[in-house]
Design a protein around this ligand. Structure first.
Ligand code: 8Y4
Length: 278
């Protein structure tokens, strides 16, 4: 798939490193909120084999304070610009805001990662005009409310129906089907049980034709509460569990693994790939 100026071969699974530039981001306690530290972390992730770096300035954690557009732009743009210029990675911008999508792609971002699947006013038409690939994700409810008793008849069917509908709308609006990535949205309005059902059916999602087209699947389970619930462990003790889950997702056909622990995940995937191909 072509991401602005870089071609990434998704026939083998690739790793997307998470770079949070929110001061309150759950996972690094806001350690990397200054430009220098963000760039250093990105350099390390690139050196460890990340093909993508996902940069986000809005926390979707339940209870997180909403950031203003100006603040999101201020946090994200300098990081997008510097990483796009200096590192051999595709910069992914984690945003639902059409303004930030536009600005980021102008600064070199090659992928739009929108947890709201381009459903905000103006997002779909801006993404279409920018011409870069997009990742559309399933979420039930809104970030503030989504973990209050999520219910499904079938979570797998709901996710597939939603992603099919969105992909279909995008293609009908003129979007190139070869520029769409889909994501079941682990933890976004889902209990542990729902997440496990989804992970078990990743193969189905990865091989399914949604509205006539096959789309690469992105999976983000890294350090999430589903790992914490299984292990009974806090965020800083979820690395091995996260790597295990990402490895299984890749084995079942996921193309991009969104992770905090790039080196560990790349090593695990390299070994699995060698075993499968040997
Ligand atoms: C611990 C660790 C607790 C992580 C919560 C979290 C996804 C995503 C996020 C995802 C795509 C997060 C931006 C939530 N998750 N984008 N973004 N897919 N495409 N929570 O699964 O990491 S942020």
């Amino acid at each position: 798939m072509k991401f602005l100026s870089r071609e990434i071969d998704l026939s083998r699974p690739k790793v997307m490193g998470v770079l949070n530039v929110t001061p309150d981001s759950f996972s690094d306690g806001g350690k990397f909120n200054s430009l220098d530290l963000a760039i250093k972390q990105a350099e390390q992730m690139a050196a460890c084999g990340a093909a993508f770096i996902d940069i986000g300035g809005e926390s979707t954690r339940p209870g997180a304070v909403e950031v203003s557009l100006d603040e999101e732009l201020d946090r994200v743009c300098p990081v997008v610009e510097k990483i796009s210029k200096n590192l051999d990675v595709v910069v992914s911008v984690d945003t639902s805001s059409p303004e930030l999508m536009q600005e980021s792609v102008a600064l070199g971002a090659g992928l739009i990662n929108d947890v709201r699947a381009l459903q905000r006013d103006g997002a779909q038409s801006v993404a279409l005009s920018l011409g870069v690939p997009v990742c559309i994700m399933h979420m039930q409810g809104s970030p503030e409310m989504m973990q209050n008793n999520p219910l499904y008849c079938s979570v797998v069917d709901s996710v597939i129906d939603f992603l099919t509908g969105r992909a279909d709308q995008l293609v009908k609006a003129g979007f190139d089907p070869d520029k769409i990535i889909v994501d079941p949205g682990f933890g976004f309005g889902k209990t542990l049980e729902h997440n496990l059902q989804l992970l078990n059916k990743i193969e189905e999602l990865a091989t399914a034709k949604l509205a006539g087209n096959k789309y690469p699947v992105l999976v983000g389970v890294s350090r999430k509460s589903m790992i914490g619930e299984i292990l009974g462990k806090p965020i800083n003790e979820r690395v091995i569990g996260s790597v295990a889950a990402a490895t299984i997702a890749a084995y079942k056909g996921a193309s991009i693994l969104r992770v905090h622990d790039v080196k560990e995940t790349v090593d695990a995937l390299s070994v699995v790939q060698a075993l499968l191909e040997g």
